[in-house]
Ligand binder design. Sequence first.
Ligand SMILES: NC(=O)c1ccc[n+]([C@@H]2O[C@H](COP(=O)([O-])OP(=O)(O)OC[C@H]3O[C@@H](n4cnc5c(N)ncnc54)[C@H](O)[C@@H]3O)[C@@H](O)[C@H]2O)c1
Length: 284
Amino acid sequence: MRDFKGRTAFVTGGASGIGLGLARAFLGLGMNVMLADIEAASLDRALVELGSHGDAVRGLVVDVADRQALEQAAAAAIAAFGRVHVLCNNAGVAVGGPQEKIAPADWNWILGVNLMGVVHGIQAFLPHIKAHGEGGHIVNTASMAGLHSAPMLGPYCASKFAVVALSEGLAGELTGSGVGVSVLCPGWVRTRIDQSGRNRPQGAAEASPAADTTMSRVFAELIQAGMDPAQVAECVLDAIRNDDLYIVTHPDMRGLVEERFRRIQAAFDRSAAREAAGRVPAAR
Ligand SMILES: NC(=O)c1ccc[n+]([C@@H]2O[C@H](COP(=O)([O-])OP(=O)(O)OC[C@H]3O[C@@H](n4cnc5c(N)ncnc54)[C@H](O)[C@@H]3O)[C@@H](O)[C@H]2O)c1
């Protein structure tokens, strides 16, 4: 997609952080933007801040984990702006803690928002984007945690690996359709993700007291020293223009992914060695 002016973007998690950065960038290119966020107060603040864009920006309170609510939000965005071209499935939350202690309520919360929120977005908008025929682009926000896994972030990494995987598959399904797919894998970005607990559903907190929704001080410091969301948005615009599947923002983190691949390749080498030694039959 190379023409942005007059087109419309729907951005989940649009009231804060990376989503708000994306909204500012799209508005700067003359797009319309529908912000969709679970936090009414943040949404109001964002709409005031973006007020100079007039009717080009609107907001909806929606929980992306709620399929029906997201379908209604999609219908409202289409009613407001006519056609939606860019979908940013960006809303996300995190908890930290040892996997043995994170309760099912927290697993359900993280997977419900970070994974099913993306699925709901795709299913609510893709038929519309295909049908209007003007082309479009889907940007799914994963993370570097979707390309390499870290201890103490089990549900978060699982959700982000899943978002990378479904984005890769979707890109294959949409080849030649005029709808591009990108998966955003940032490193540390200066946002409020370290305070995800503010949106934790009632019930999860009591069920999983060991989970750390404020995340550890180390994570919080890395996030607060992280990249400006405006820079992330620039990377996303480049990827939409060039139809790039993977968006990485932190070249210094390359080694983490390379190390993971090295370990996987070493496992293949061991497998080949077992076969060569005749310890297992050759694979067909
Ligand atoms: N900040 C980082 O370092 C970093 C790194 C990699 C990936 N990410 C990802 O970026 C995305 C955006 O997060 P951020 O860092 O800007 O954090 P943020 O907390 O500043 O923004 C996230 C937004 O999502 C909203 N949200 C939370 N649950 C929701 C729900 N159920 N429905 C709708 N909206 C909901 C929040 O209200 C908030 O406005 C997330 O998917 C996150 O996992 C962040």
